[in-house]
Design a protein around this ligand. Structure first.
Ligand code: DGY
Length: 326
């Protein structure tokens, strides 16, 4: 008998067809309501779950007694109760590597757009206000040759640092739990305590995963350590930055600008001031959102799921479940 899979985020048609050949698939596309009775019923029978962007709780797992594997179409796993999954013997897989370069491109897009005020000035042109050549009040600041402070130097952080050092001649500083001697050698990067980095960097670029340790890592105190000419970039998770403190710092001119792809609440609530602030570039969480990369992520997630449900080692497991499955 075919194992049963529940899909809770749209997958490309070719991959869905592939899954349907080997599994019984209950496809919920872009599932909005985790309490949807049909979803709950399917979950009760499911061996595998594939999707992203919805919080998976222990209570939800209680409704899925046969679950063997969750395959997330994301690199970040903050939506999953990892310890609980491990305790229950459920394999969690994710999609590192395939999105690294695209997400780093997004990071650099925000660095460039904020420094050169690209969105603000494009809006100025669109409104028909470009009547004469521009003066100082519309100038931006250079990116090349500046100091890039990476908060987190994992795969994506390293890919942004590489762009900065090799493409833009930037000096790279980083704060990270462990030193990265190979990157220090390759890029001349230098490790700093977070507080020191914040005081030295022209661009502070946040790439750490969200965890209990990193939640609100950048708050009022940290923003206060940044230069008033500095720019904050967040492509990690919204909750790594204290959003209220950031809005206050931007409003008061205590930092120059922010480039944000992620927010405390997504989609961004209608009453958020962030998209209306001239010194903010706000993107709708598009870090990995290209046709090529989203397909590669889905491909990886499908492969992970297939291998794991066959009792083999998935390509990118996140946890190591301790309880042998029956
Ligand atoms: C990821 O893969 O974690 C991206 O942020 C998309 O959610």
């Amino acid at each position: 008998m075919h194992k049963r899979i529940v899909v809770y985020r749209p997958l490309p048609e070719d991959l869905l067809a592939e899954l349907r050949r080997d599994f019984h698939v209950d496809d919920f596309g872009q599932l909005e309501d985790l309490d949807d009775p049909a979803f709950r019923a399917a979950l009760g029978e499911a061996h595998g779950l594939i999707g992203a962007g919805r919080p998976i709780t222990a209570e939800l797992l209680d409704a899925a007694p046969r679950l063997e594997t969750i395959s997330s179409v994301s690199v970040g796993v903050d939506a999953y109760p990892v310890e609980e999954l491990t305790r229950r013997g459920i394999q969690l897989c994710h999609t590192p590597d395939v999105l690294t370069e695209t997400t780093a491109d997004t990071g650099f897009l925000l660095i460039m757009a904020t420094a050169r005020r690209a969105v603000e000035l494009a809006d100025f042109v669109r409104r028909g206000e470009w009547q004469a050549s521009l003066g100082e009040s519309h100038f931006g600041s250079d990116v090349h040759g500046k100091t890039l402070g990476m908060v987190g130097m994992g795969r994506i952080g390293a890919a942004i640092a590489r762009r900065g050092a090799l493409g833009f001649g930037m000096k790279v500083l980083y704060s990270n739990a462990s030193p990265k001697p190979a990157l220090e050698e390759e890029l001349g990067a230098r490790r700093r305590e977070l507080d020191e980095l914040l005081g030295e960097a022209d661009f502070v670029c946040v790439t750490v995963p969200l965890s209990a340790e990193t939640e609100r890592l950048i708050g009022q105190h940290e923003l206060g350590l940044m230069r008033d000419s500095a720019i904050l970039i967040n492509i990690a998770r919204g909750r790594v930055v204290d959003e209220a403190a950031l809005i206050e710092a931007l409003d008061a001119g205590r930092i120059r600008a922010a480039g944000l792809d992620v927010f405390e609440h997504e989609p961004l609530p209608a009453d958020s001031p962030l998209p209306h602030m001239a010194n903010v570039v706000a993107l709708p969480h598009i870090g990995s959102a290209t046709h090529e990369t989203r397909h590669a992520m889905a491909r990886r997630a499908v492969d992970n799921l297939r291998l794991s449900l066959a009792g083999e080692r998935p390509l990118s497991p996140f946890n190591a479940p301790v309880r042998p499955r029956a």
